[in-house]
Design a protein around this ligand. Structure first.
Ligand code: URA
Ligand code: SF4
Length: 230
């Protein structure tokens, strides 16, 4: 199954870089990377939730209040992937519950979708990066096996990435949203569409029109592939 989804080779690419001699000590994964990855790849939802709650595989574990696995319908056709929890998400344990979340909910409503109904929402990293900084590549790499397992358990019909970190995590390449949007990309055989992050849209209102185009494009893509919107 892993091979079918193309996850094996991607994981190898994503292993965090080896610690440099003399570099500051970082929290160690409880298991060697390969064993940890394999263990996560075999987990069901309950185990995954517990593993994320207990995870100390990257620095972000030190400053989080709680890890935020994701929220929604585990039979969803639509998977939205953001960047990482902010302060309110860290407080409440649910993704996209702050200002960006209000906009995301409005974006979903615009195409007749609703949080929790045929929609699952997750993030590239499960713990809040302090001071609202972007997650480091080593952090998204350490957290990747969890998102990979979520994708595999969900088997969504469409993945929507919100902002650059999510797109880059899933596609494993440099992404410029302005160039990459409006096309159907591929993640291990699952169609993937890139759009702007709601937090970016709140700061760049003119690009909301482009986000609206992207939403229409997503809905069209799903219809063409025979999936009803909600
Ligand atoms: N921004 C994100 O990328 N994810 C959240 O969960 C909240 C804000
Ligand atoms: Fe673990 Fe991910 Fe949290 Fe890092 S961000 S501690 S890898 S759950």
């Amino acid at each position: 199954m892993l091979k079918e989804m193309g996850l094996g080779p991607i994981w190898t690419l994503r292993q965090p870089p080896k610690k440099k001699r003399g570099a500051m000590a970082e929290p160690e994964a409880a298991l060697p990377v390969d064993a940890r990855t394999a263990a996560i790849a075999a987990m069901g939802w309950d185990e995954l939730k517990q593993a994320v709650a207990d995870c100390t595989a990257c620095e972000l574990c030190k400053t989080r209040k709680q890890a935020v696995l994701g929220v929604g319908d585990i039979n969803a056709d639509w998977l939205f992937v953001g960047e990482g929890p902010g302060a309110e998400e860290d407080e409440r344990g649910e993704p996209f519950v702050g200002q960006s979340g209000k906009l995301l909910d409005a974006m979903l409503a615009a195409i007749d979708l609703k949080r929790g109904h045929n929609v699952y929402i997750a993030n590239s990293v499960k713990c809040r990066p302090p001071d609202n900084r972007a997650p480091e590549p080593s952090e998204t790499a350490a957290c990747w096996p969890f998102l990979a397992r979520q994708v595999e358990l969900l088997k969504p019909k469409l993945i929507v990435t919100l902002g650059r970190p999510a797109a880059q995590t899933l596609l494993q390449q440099e992404v410029k949203i302005a160039e990459a949007r409006g096309k159907v990309q591929d993640f291990a055989g699952i169609p993937l569409i890139i759009t702007y992050h709601p937090a970016y849209l709140l700061r760049n209102l003119p690009d909301k029109a482009k986000a609206w185009e992207d939403l229409c494009f997503m809905r069209r893509t799903m219809k063409e592939r025979g999936s009803s919107p909600a």
